[in-house]
Design a protein. Structure first.
Length: 137
């Protein structure tokens, strides 16, 4: 295994561990995958849209998402793609429901930028912006 392959594998493993932490409710594990000043850009014009700066803001974003869906939010990674240079794109199926009966099931791309095995930035690209906006309104 070359150094580039080892780094790539470690980057994918770090991102995969973050998805596993969310799936099991392990907030400490989720938090530990980020640099303290990491950013998350939810690229959509909805109540959760925009850039979250810092781990506390990112955890707050996830917490609000979980609260609004009464814990039904399910981000399921389908494909991990890496460039060998600290970027991991994840084709992700995200679904959830709201107490008022609204549901969504959207395919999205989450692009992770990693440095030294931890996430520096996430860019979240929404598959169906209109439907996602209606869900979060």
């Amino acid at each position: 295994m070359t150094a580039a392959t080892a780094t790539t594998s470690a980057d994918v493993d770090a991102v995969r561990a973050g998805f596993a932490a969310v799936a099991t409710g392990d907030m400490a594990g989720f938090t530990s995958m980020f640099h303290p000043n990491a950013t998350w850009n939810h690229r959509n014009d909805d109540r959760l849209g925009g850039v979250k700066e810092g781990v506390d803001a990112i955890v707050g974003f996830l917490g609000e998402s979980m609260e609004l869906t009464a814990g039904t939010l399910r981000p399921v990674p389908e494909i991990f793609m890496h460039d060998g240079d600290g970027h991991v794109a994840v084709l992700t199926r995200i679904s959830g429901s709201r107490a008022d009966g609204r549901t969504f099931d959207d395919t999205q791309i989450l692009l992770f930028t990693l440095e030294q095995g931890r996430v520096r930035a996430v860019d979240q690209f929404i598959g169906d912006p209109t439907a996602v906006t209606a869900f979060w309104s």
